[in-house]
Design a binder for this molecule. Sequence first.
Ligand code: C2O
Ligand code: CU
Length: 478
Amino acid sequence: MPLTRRQLLGTIGRVGVGVAAFGGGALSFARGAAPQPAARTITLEPRVVTWELAPGKKVMAMAYNGRIPGPEIRAREGERLRIVVRNLLPEPTSVHWHGLDVPHAMDGVGGLTQKAIASGESFEYEFEARPAGTRWYHTHVEEHRQMDVGLAGPFIVEPAAGERVGDREVTLMLDDWRTGTGTPVPPTHDGIGAFRRRPGGAGLAIEGDHAATYDTMTINGKAYPATAPLRLARGERVRLRIVNASSEHTHVVRVAGHRLHVTHTDGNALEAPVEVDALPIAPSERYDAVLVADRPGAWWFECLQPGHAAAGERMSVMYGGHEGRAPGADPEKVDNLRLWHYALGRGRPRLAPVTGTVREIEMALAGGLDGNNRWTINGRAYPDTERLTLRREDAARIRFVNVSHDAHPMHLHGQSFKVVGVGRGRLARPLVKDTVDVEPHMASVTVEVTGTNPGVWLLHCHKPTHMEGGMMTLVEVL
Ligand code: C2O
Ligand code: CU
């Protein structure tokens, strides 16, 4: 039986405890009680490190402040932050605040909203943290290299007022790695729908595969057995903030023996939690889900995609008194699981209503033929793609149609959008998101973008190789 939103609400006093307990690397800052007129300063120093993904598995990586994922930034909604990025890498970089509605000049796209930060130089980002929700940050220069080797971290914006979800919370950032060791993981071209169409999810590799080979999957920078166990007390409700920072892979996560109560899509609240067995998450998507600790024992949190758990994407979930026990295998077959998909959710209308005109636009997503890395929108590769111009308050209904064999998680900078339709279906209560996965083989998704934040914003596939190959365009909000 699904729990109501109210039942999932927790006590305010305990929020935040989980972050420190999990060792995910929350930065702690002194906070004044009074409203802060001045910006709080945070420093991020990207640099090259040797990172141990698992015992004996060391890689050359890039890390913010020496850790992967980068330090968790936490701010209150509306809080003014000054984030100083000191580039200690031997090459240029920039930082993008994914899912935050920052002013255009602070968006962190090297070569578009700013000059990339040269090696040895600094750049100061300054903005108000909003909207509330699970956001993240990552490099926006040479993403296909830099993001792929660790330059990403969580950015949590706590609501200025209002309800809290769960008794405590834990942030989980998922990532994929190419180490050249271990067993290659089959690609997840089918995106978030693979399990619905093909129960069991097997056989996802396709011919002429151009995707790079990934062999290690991590949770908070570590592959099992190095993943930190999630410890549970019976009866508690833990809000998981799950971020998929992977370059290529869609993950399908579950906690054996439990259901997940999905409360937020890309940081934005649903009207009521949606209870599922497993949660498919495309690259750059985030989901918040409450885990109700009502089945004492030792279990796995793991990804169900073929090869992912074996490549490290799992951690033990231990109730007090069950430490040291081997996590139990799940009795249920994957085929019988109830999976999250967009049509299950009813979004809360956070975005401003459209007061101007609404335009209908179609964007055909194509490419990747014969194993080459050219990816297009309506037949053109960036920078030759057609720019979309919107007056403020006007909206565009963009129907993405995927004519390729690979899923494309399409992301818009600067403002979130509404997911108003999936295939021929309409969503009665559009989800609020900033990334939408468009599944391959003629699947379509319709989003409604309202111009609220002036500037020239990127709209692109979040798989860095696809971006690099041209699947990118600009949305100009006047
Ligand atoms: Cu996560 Cu262009 O962004
Ligand atoms: Cu793509």
